[in-house]
Design a protein around this ligand. Structure first.
Ligand code: GAP
Length: 439
């Protein structure tokens, strides 16, 4: 049975991955809250990205810039003038649409895609996607600030600070994970397009002329990363932006797309942003943002190769890719084949029955394991049902204390994907789990 977005939404709620924001007040559209399982999965996604981008590259360092930035930043970046979508309204049903998402035939007749009324759509007007707010006590034009629509700009305005303080030389990169906000006209499809989300962005500063080769390297490297977090290769592909799709800052852009239940869609963007950003910030700030190469005695504004992934969209991809309704001999089980590295809970520990000293041993094992990995103790219900609950939550290993444990100090480890069980000594449990999780 194929995965649908509805099945993912339902499992996420049932198992405590993701809830609708402010649900008891009738929800806030396109905003989501991460529950106990979701928050762990999200942390693990970010950790895997940070490890691959920062810890594994000597010339990439991290940054955590403020969400609120000087309003001139967004003038320089082009967002005040150009970060817009064409908005049309239906005079009949009052729904709003992005003009570029309406079927061309309907658009020709100004027919509403929702209520079907002809001649009902207004002309398009450009709608800026940035959220505005005011800083300080007085709400006046001078106090206007924006919630950042991308994390990238925090990196550009800090490039000299970071380079000088961390003694980097070009080529080098700055990585950042953080919240971004966009007042999307048509959010939807669960986590796919929300109004508040997180990005994992890396900006790589290079000598002009080296940009095209570096672009290709990062393109390949980012695709390879999805394999390391267990996403099926056949569900991923590149999509090159045509001239009409390219963002105002980009010379070349490729999306990594995933085949979601809603079709092939962008998961991450890799962009050659040229010297656009730093040139603009130099112009608007009046500060020298050139780089001087001691060896070649050349001075230039670096080019930037950007890799930009959404945390929430990656998480959605992990969930969709992991979901399986597996037909067994007697019934069907829902199992989330989440890569053990990312799984919220690494191991669940069960006493087979709540007597004969089994709970005490199981508690002791839990206490030992929780010093290094996220574990969950469960003693309620039949052991088969406990396994199924963990399958749905994506827990890769279940450890059961049974009557044989009392005799020889061994336990069973049950593998989520194969459902096979193996007996291992309690003394070697942590080593065995670590071997399997971080393989
Ligand atoms: N700095 C470049 C930039 O922001 P983007 O293609 O607009 O490029 C990059 O966004 C990534 O951020 C996307 O590939 C997607 O994963 C994520 N993203 C963008 N808008 C989003 C939204 N409304 N909801 C969830 N994720 C979003």
């Amino acid at each position: 049975m194929s995965v649908t977005m509805e099945k993912i939404v339902s499992l996420c709620k049932r198992r405590g991955f993701i809830f609708q924001s402010s649900e008891i007040y009738g929800k806030l559209n396109a905003c989501y809250d991460y529950g106990p399982m979701g928050v762990e999965l999200k942390r693990n996604v970010k950790e895997a990205w940070w490890r691959a981008m920062v810890y594994e590259h000597e010339n990439i360092v991290g940054l955590d810039a403020a969400i609120l930035m000087h309003p001139r930043v967004w003038e320089a970046s082009g967002h005040v003038a150009g970060f817009t979508d064409p908005l049309v309204d239906c005079r009949q049903c009052k729904m709003r649409f992005r003009e570029d998402e309406i079927d061309p035939k309907k658009l020709e007749n100004k027919q509403c895609p929702n209520c079907g009324t002809k001649d009902a759509l207004t002309d398009a007007r450009q709608f800026n996607l940035m959220f505005k707010t005011h800083m300080g006590a007085v709400e006046e034009e001078a106090s206007l600030v924006y919630l950042r629509p991308e994390t990238a700009q925090g990196i550009y305005v800090n490039y000299k600070n970071v380079m000088d303080s961390s003694r980097q030389k070009i080529p080098f990169g700055i990585a950042q994970i953080g919240k971004a906000f966009r007042n999307e006209i048509t959010p939807g499809n669960f986590l796919f397009r929300t109004r508040e989300f997180e990005q994992m962005e890396m900006q790589y500063f290079v000598t002009p002329g080296d940009d095209e080769e570096v672009f290709e390297t990062w393109k390949a490297s980012r695709m390879a990363w999805y394999d390391t977090i267990g996403i099926r290769k056949e569900k991923l592909r590149f999509h090159e932006h045509g001239k009409d799709e390219l963002a105002h800052y980009a010379k070349k852009a490729f999306d990594i797309q995933y085949e979601y239940p809603i079709g092939w869609k962008e998961l991450e963007g890799i962009h050659n942003r040229t010297d656009f950003d730093l040139s603009r910030h130099q112009e608007y700030s009046g500060k020298d943002l050139t780089y001087f190469n001691d060896a070649t005695r050349e001075r230039y504004i670096p080019f930037i190769i950007e890799t930009s992934a959404g945390v929430d969209r990656t998480l959605l991809t992990v969930l969709v890719d992991a979901y399986e309704e597996e037909k067994l001999e007697k019934d069907t089980r829902t199992v989330m084949h989440i890569d053990p590295k990312l799984a919220p809970v690494k191991a669940a520990v069960f006493p087979l029955v709540n007597r004969d000293g089994m709970p005490e041993i199981a508690h002791k094992i839990t206490d030992d394991l929780k010093k290094t990995i996220m574990v969950f103790y469960d003693d309620s219900g039949a052991v088969g049902r406990r396994y199924r609950r963990q399958d749905e939550a994506g827990t890769p290993y279940c450890i059961t204390v049974d009557s044989q444990t009392l005799e020889d100090e061994t336990v069973t480890i049950r593998d989520r994907d194969s459902m096979e069980q193996e007996r291992v000594p309690v003394s070697g449990l942590i080593a065995e789990l670590n071997k399997r999780i971080w393989k």
